[in-house]
Design a protein around this ligand. Structure first.
Ligand code: FES
Ligand SMILES: [Fe+2]
Length: 383
């Protein structure tokens, strides 16, 4: 973010602090309970959002060097992302062309991918290089049995993959004007520290909702993050289908004693982006966190997520690793002991029939923007 824009955002936050206000939506928003429970809507989301939107897969450092790869099993299509010898990033359906086994699991470094079933072996560029007993496959041209490529874009130090072969996408269009801001973070130089996974008995959108207001911090998180972040105090800006909210840290007040040219957004805030449709990207003072949240394929009441922590420098010492482990542990403890048990209750309560709608207050503008964007992408009327 440009320095002048950082100063403008910090001034806005100081104004909210002085006036005990926050960014406000024009109206209260009523969201259908069935958005979180309806199997038909879940099918539509799986198709339109997860098959036909580019999915943000993480920062470039997830596959930093030639031979590095990672996989994603949650989008509904098994995805393999690999950097080939020339440094080009490729994405494939992670399914063997022989009998359909999953070719590779997890992440790491490889020279080639050998299928665990009968050892058909693929290059980092997806080419089928060899198969045992070649004579048994007469007439089945090797050149036509490489891994099926998926569209992939690497830009601003970020990786997006589309889960439908042959489709193309314009990532700047998808980012809705956030490109320059993402570029300014210098994400190319970040290091991948760790990725953890979690499965929760909550609709995937309810998981994202957790991150989209600061109204609950001094209630639900009174013992954990309330000492760090202000409650009910944040900016909101929509960028096409995406959004940004900036939440003030309690250190914000200290800025008043410093000259504006020294003001820096990151130490005084947490910047939360929704990268449509399913990523929460958080600029967390001295590091970045991403939450990729996916619906369970057969159950609107369950979701899977991958949570990654990225650091500005590689963590090479025990003390650095201790620092980032403590950060990651606090994060996971907060959501797994506070947000998600609460969210699981909400999900169960949705089935009780108490009401047809839930309410997003005017002080929760990000929630309305997120759900309106989903509804538009699904071709459903906004509430
Ligand atoms: S299924 Fe992969 S080698 Fe047979
Ligand atoms: Fe929370």
């Amino acid at each position: 973010m440009q320095h002048s824009e950082q100063v403008a955002q910090l001034k806005k936050l100081l104004h909210y602090l002085d006036t005990r206000t926050t960014a406000m939506a024009d109206d209260v928003y009523r969201n259908n309970v069935t958005d979180y429970t309806d199997p038909e809507q879940a099918k539509l989301e799986q198709d339109l959002l997860f098959r036909h939107q580019p999915l943000f897969m993480g920062l470039s450092c997830r596959a930093e060097k030639p031979g590095d790869y990672f996989t994603d099993d949650y989008s509904g299509v098994p995805i393999l992302v690999a950097r080939d010898r020339s440094g080009t990033l490729n994405a494939f359906i992670n399914t063997c062309r022989h009998r359909g086994a999953k070719v590779v699991d997890g992440c790491g470094g490889a020279r080639a991918f050998s299928c665990p079933y009968h050892a058909w072996t693929y290059g980092l560029d997806g080419r089928l290089m060899s198969r045992p007993h070649e004579e048994a496959f007469e007439g089945m041209d090797k050149a036509e049995h490489g891994l099926v490529p998926l569209p992939v874009v690497e830009k601003y130090g970020m990786i997006w993959v589309g889960a439908t072969p042959g489709e193309t996408f314009d990532i700047d269009d998808q980012l809705g004007g956030l490109g320059a801001e993402m570029a300014a973070y210098g994400l190319e130089s970040y290091s991948h520290y760790e990725t953890r996974t979690s499965t929760q008995p909550m609709n995937w959108k309810l998981v994202l909702d957790t991150f989209l207001e600061s109204y609950h911090i001094n209630v639900l998180h009174v013992k954990t993050i309330d000492p760090i972040l202000h409650s009910n105090l944040g900016t909101f800006d929509g960028y096409g289908k995406n959004l940004r909210m900036i939440i003030a840290r309690r250190t914000l007040d200290q800025l008043r004693d410093r000259p504006e040219q020294e003001w820096d957004l990151m130490p005084y805030t947490a910047v939360v982006y929704i990268l449509f449709p399913n990523t929460v990207f958080i600029v967390q003072g001295d590091h970045m966190e991403t939450w990729h949240v996916y619906p369970s394929p057969n159950d609107p009441n369950e979701s899977h997520m991958m949570i990654s922590l990225y650091t500005p420098e590689p963590a090479t010492t025990d003390s650095a690793r201790g620092h980032w482990d403590r950060n990651f542990d606090l994060l996971m403890r907060t959501v797994e002991e506070e947000d998600f048990p609460l969210g699981s209750n909400v999900q169960r309560g949705f089935h009780a029939g108490a009401q047809t709608h839930i309410t997003f207050g005017r002080n929760e503008p990000s929630l309305g923007h997120f759900h309106r964007s989903i509804k538009r992408a699904l071709g459903l009327e906004a509430a």
